[in-house]
Design a protein around this ligand. Structure first.
Ligand code: MN
Length: 227
C-alpha cells in the first residue's frame, strides 16, 4: 500500500474573482434562532452558544451534489449565514470581532436528524449527525469590504421551488460579533475559518432528486442537488 499523498487543499470560490479562499476549520453554532429552537422541542434561552465542527472535506460547492448519506432516514437541510474569518485572534472582544471577518457566504448545515435526536437524548456527541461526507454545502464568498457586515435581511431555503425556511438575520439569538467573542474564547481563530451561524425555523427532510436553493439577502445564494 502506498503512503497517502496530500489531497488538494480545500478552498471556496469568491464571487466575481478567480482567487480562492483557503479553508482552515469549519465551526458551527447550534440553536441560534428562537423559532428553530422551539421546533426542536426546546425552550429558547440565552445560554452560551453551542459549537460543533465539520471536516473541511464536507464542503460542497454551489451547483454541486450532496450524496444522500447512509445510516439515516431523516436527512435535513439548515440554511445558514456563514462567516469567513480573515484575521487570527483568541479571546476577541465583541467590539473588535468584525475586524477579524473577511466576508460572508451562504451555507447549508446538512444534518442526520434521526442520529442527532438519538445522540441528544443520550448526551452523546454529534459527529455522526453533523460531520459526515457532503454535510457542508457553501456558496461563493463575498468580501465584507464589498457588502459590509449583514445583521438584517432575509434568509431562506426552498426545496424543489417550495419555500420551506423564510427568516431574517435580525432573528439571530447571538449576533456575529457575539458568536466570534464566544467561539474565540474556546479556540484561537485563524484565517480560513468558517462559522455556520445557525438556522431559522422550517427545517425538514430531503430525498434523492431534491434540489435545494437558498440565500441570504445581500450575501448570495446556494443551489445543490441531493443524489
Ligand atoms: Mn445548523
Amino acid at each position: 500500500m502506498e503512503v497517502p499523498a496530500a489531497p488538494p487543499y480545500p478552498t471556496v470560490a469568491i464571487a466575481g474573482s478567480d482567487e480562492r479562499f483557503a479553508l482552515h476549520r469549519i465551526y458551527c453554532v447550534g440553536w441560534n434562532y428562537a423559532e428553530h429552537v422551539r421546533e426542536m422541542g426546546l425552550t429558547p434561552e440565552r445560554e452560551p452558544p453551542i459549537f460543533f465542527m465539520k471536516p473541511l472535506d464536507a464542503i460542497v460547492a454551489d451547483g454541486g451534489s450532496v450524496t444522500y448519506p447512509p445510516r439515516t432516514e431523516n436527512l435535513h437541510y439548515e440554511i445558514e449565514l456563514v462567516v469567513a474569518i480573515g484575521r487570527a485572534g483568541a479571546a476577541i472582544a465583541r467590539d473588535d470581532a468584525l475586524a477579524h471577518v473577511w466576508g460572508y457566504g451562504v451555507g447549508i448545515d446538512m444534518t442526520r436528524r434521526d442520529l442527532q435526536s438519538h445522540a441528544k437524548a443520550r448526551g452523546q456527541p454529534w459527529e455522526t449527525s453533523k460531520a459526515f461526507d457532503d454535510a457542508a454545502p457553501l456558496g461563493p464568498l463575498r468580501a465584507a469590504a464589498d457588502i459590509g457586515h449583514p445583521s438584517a435581511g432575509r434568509i431562506w431555503l426552498s426545496v424543489n421551488g417550495d419555500v420551506r425556511q423564510d427568516g431574517d438575520l435580525r432573528q439571530l439569538i447571538w449576533s456575529v460579533p457575539e458568536i466570534i467573542a464566544h467561539l474565540s474564547a474556546y479556540f484561537r481563530l485563524a484565517p480560513g475559518d468558517l462559522i455556520y451561524t445557525g438556522t431559522p425555523a422550517g427545517v425538514g427532510a430531503v430525498r434523492p432528486g431534491d434540489v435545494l436553493e437558498g440565500g441570504v439577502e445581500g450575501v448570495g445564494e446556494i443551489r445543490v442537488r441531493v443524489e
